[in-house]
Design a protein around this ligand. Structure first.
Ligand code: BES
Ligand code: MN
Ligand code: ZN
Length: 492
């Protein structure tokens, strides 16, 4: 999708023009201009078609007198009080445009007064939503054989009133980069596990690093063994696919700036191991690398934006399989931190790969580390598919992430990691067990991770409910790339 800024007046444009109306029946400035030149025909049409301005409503009008526009699309902007109305409206614009097969549109930015909504935010949202909604799974061709996406790349002009500033272009580019990062994360998630293996993730990240100028180093199982990552390696030992620890560093900031470290769970397929999962819906465990995908998507977005910040992506990639060499329930392993772990359930493998990555992160002296993981089914039970679970040992960091979630509308909800929960992880045979029982499953999982993230401000995002959708629309969502990008944009 190709984005540009225009300051032209709506009646002078000959393409597909998008303007808005609020629930109060008030027209936006651009809609009003069209109404005037059409001598009131626009409003007459809206009235006769009972267009009320509810958020997300759309009405296509053709051949309006006084305008050159081939089509005028009027969108409902709702009450003008909350930003989700704008998001809904923009989503519907792009669905409509996709349906109509339009290749060039001009979208007039409305005068919104909702809190947290300004021109910069709207511009970014338009570009990220437009890009994200143009996603087709065929894009895997880009990854697999370098062929580009065949869908028509629509030209989208964002029209603003008055003078345009250079920052408008920047915001468009930023939104577009976020959308592309989401689409990359979707592609990686949607790829089947026989293609998207730990080594595939390593190769793709290396390739992206060359294109986008970030450094990528991949640690082999032998390297990890030397570092004492007994916990991570216990997950991959039942699989023919070797584990990979992918270390990607984007250095846009000053040399001495401490990096933000993003740690992604990259289980390319989670059978559960010897504690094998039920077969129904198991295919969806190809999405168990959604955390890793979001880290790769975010790195590619921020390197495209050239953010002046240092970010390290660490991806703990492995496949969790049952076999004659797989870890047994009851096995005790020693993690890189020196802590021993009794593996009571081999299906609680995410925390086993992440804990060693979190210890590895210590030597990077992070300003903050955030891990992103499709960690627990329990998180889906508590928060559903709306919010990702947020857990943190640092209130400021948690607040910062929550706010970034609200702004990007890629929302999170914080849950506690109190000592009382950590106690549930006690083991008779090791420093801690890898499960805490049925109660508070997403919290005990986070408490497990917290034991390994003691040296820096840390947050954990449980994206088990938000990384993909099931059913007829099955597919990756690209979340939480918007949240992570917003968080990093706010750090510069
Ligand atoms: N990858 C799963 C979590 C998951 C399950 C995400 C379903 C999305 C949908 C994770 O590795 C897992 O299996 N967790 C177990 C933990 C349990 C054994 C303590 C779970 O949630 O059942
Ligand atoms: Mn599992
Ligand atoms: Zn898993």
């Amino acid at each position: 999708m190709n984005f540009s800024i225009t300051t032209k007046s709506p009646e002078t444009l000959s393409n597909y023009v998008v303007v808005g109306m609020f629930e109060s029946q008030k027209l936006t400035f651009a809609a009003n201009t069209i109404n005037k030149v059409s001598k009131g025909t626009l409003l007459q049409n809206l009235k006769s078609r009972k267009f009320s301005g509810t958020a997300g409503q759309t009405l296509e009008l053709t051949n309006l007198p006084g305008t050159k526009a081939k089509t005028v699309l009027v969108i409902g902007l709702g009450s003008n009080k909350c930003k989700v109305e704008f998001i809904k409206a923009i989503e519907n614009v792009f669905s409509k445009v996709r349906e109509a097969g339009e290749t060039a549109i001009t979208l007039f930015i409305p005068e919104l007064k909702a809190s947290g909504v300004d021109r910069a935010w709207m511009t970014r949202q338009i570009a990220s939503i437009g890009t994200s909604l143009s996603y087709r799974y065929e894009q895997r061709k880009t990854l697999l054989d370098g062929k580009s996406f065949s869908g028509a790349p629509a030209k989208v002009a964002v029209a603003i009133e008055g003078k345009s500033a250079s920052s408008d272009k920047t915001h468009l580019a930023q939104g577009s980069a976020v959308g592309k990062g989401m689409n990359l994360a979707k592609d990686l998630g949607n790829l089947p596990a026989n293609i998207c293996t730990p080594r595939f993730l390593a190769e793709i990240t290396t390739k992206l690093g060359k294109q986008n100028k970030f450094m990528v180093k991949c640690l082999s199982e032998a390297d990890m063994k030397k570092l004492g990552m007994g916990s991570l390696l216990s997950v991959s030992q039942g699989s023919k696919e070797p584990a990979q620890l992918i270390h990607a560093s984007y250095s846009g900031g000053k040399k001495k700036d401490a990096p933000i470290v993003l740690v992604g769970k990259g289980i390319t397929f989670d059978t559960g191991g010897i504690s094998i999962k039920a077969s129904s819906g198991m295919d969806e465990m190809k999405y168990d690398m959604g955390g890793a995908a979001s880290v790769i998507g975010t790195l590619s977005a921020i390197s495209e934006m050239k953010l002046p910040i240092n970010v390290v992506g660490l991806i703990a990639a492995a496949e969790n399989m049952p076999s004659g060499t797989a870890t047994r329930p009851g096995d005790v392993v020693t993690s890189m931190s020196g802590k021993t772990i009794e593996i009571l359930n081999t299906d609680a493998e995410g925390r086993l790969v992440l804990c060693d990555a979190l210890t590895y992160a210590e030597k990077l002296n992070p300003a903050a580390a955030i891990d992103i993981a499709t960690l627990t089914g329990a998180c889906v039970v508590s928060l559903g598919k709306v919010a990702s679970g947020l857990f943190s040992n640092n209130d400021d960091l948690a607040e910062e992430i929550s706010k970034a979630g609200m702004t990007s509308w890629d929302r999170v909800w914080r849950m506690p990691i109190w000592e009382d929960y950590t106690e549930l992880l006690s083991s008779n045979f090791a420093d801690l067990a890898n499960i805490g029982g049925r109660a508070a499953g997403s919290i005990t999982a986070a408490c497990f991770l917290a034991q390994f993230a003691t040296k820096y401000p840390w947050a954990h995002l449980d994206i088990a409910g938000t990384a993909w959708v099931s059913g007829k629309q099955k597919g990756s969502t690209g979340r939480p790339v918007p949240l992570l990008c917003e968080f990093l944009l706010n750090r510069i």
